[in-house]
Every structure is written in C-alpha cells, then in structure tokens.
Design a binder for this molecule. Structure first.
Ligand code: ZN
Length: 176
C-alpha cells in the first residue's frame, strides 16, 4: 500500500471529466491497488472522501468514510463506501448548508449549500451494483466527491464567498 500524492487546485486533471472504469477491470490488480491506496491516502490526511482525479487518475472512482476525524470533529459516522461509475440523481431540492474543505484546496473552508437527498447508482469494489438513497452528511460528501469526477470543486458550488476562510480563521470565527 502507498500514500498517494494529492493534486492541488490548478492541476488540470482536477478540471477534466473522468472516464468510466470497464466492469471487467474492477477486479484487476491495478484497480484494486488504486482503491487500497486511495483508502490509505484519505485516512492519512484525515479526508472525509477522495476521488481518483485527486490522486492523478482520471477515472470514475470515489470513496468516503467518516470515523473519528480531527479535521471534522463531531461528524456523523459513515462506513467506508467505495463507488465506481456512480450516477447521481437529486431527490430533494431542499438544501443543507455545510462547511466544506478539500484535500485539493488545502487550508480553505467554505460554506456550501447542497441538495439534502440524493440517489446513487454505482458498482462497488466487487463489481456489485447498488442503488441507494443518501441523506445528511453522506449526501453532502458524495456530492462533493462526485463533483471531482466531472471536473468541479466545492468553490464552484459556493454562492456567497463572504465566509470563505483559512482553517485557522474558520476555527476562530465560524465554529459555533
Ligand atoms: Zn474535494
């Protein structure tokens, strides 16, 4: 296993639309190693999620997990989830606000509003198909990571930049 280098904002790979992974490629050593390395990388840097373009691989693969996390204390817990070729549908336009950060946009936090309920259709690391409805923190995180697969970052989703903060100032002025 390896900790991968994370692409930072400005790297063109973060602005590309990622390619689908052929289903028969999911069990391959390459894909399985990439998944393991992404999990290790996300945990090393205390990310809530990670998408393959963030580790310089332009493929439709994202992961997320929330356990005890110093970057996001008091977060709702989410089991490790691996999504290959995800498709997203918004089920409820009612928005929820959340302070987002991103390993590719280090040290910045911004308040983003996203739909509160989404449907995800995807394949897992065993090439099993899933169709799930997500709400709460999972809905936010999956939309953030899905955005990376279509060349977007959370800054693109901010409507009001007044609260955009560095981490230290966020902790000082914006944590309730
Ligand atoms: Zn991100």
């Amino acid at each position: 296993m390896a900790i991968l280098k994370v692409a930072r904002l400005g790297h063109p790979i973060l602005r590309k639309v990622a390619e689908a992974i052929p289903l028969n490629d999911i069990p391959s050593d390459n894909t399985q190693r990439l998944i393991k390395d992404m999990v290790e990388t996300m945990r090393e840097y205390n990310g809530l999620g990670l998408a393959a373009p963030q580790v310089h691989v332009s493929k439709k693969l994202l992961i997320f997990e929330s356990k005890e996390n110093p970057r996001y204390p008091n977060s709702e817990k989410i089991p490790l989830t691996i999504m290959i070729n995800p498709e997203i549908n918004i089920l409820d336009q009612k928005k929820i606000k959340y302070w987002e950060g991103c390993l590719s946009v280090p040290d910045l936090k911004g308040e983003v509003e996203r739909p509160s309920k989404v449907q995800l259709k995807y394949y897992d690391e065993y090439a099993q198909y899933h169709d799930v409805t997500l709400t709460g923190l999972s809905a936010i995180v999956v939309q953030h990571e899905y955005d990376h697969l279509i060349g977007k970052v959370f800054l693109d989703r901010m409507i009001n930049f007044d609260n955009l903060s560095f981490l230290t100032e966020y902790q000082k002025y914006h944590i309730k």
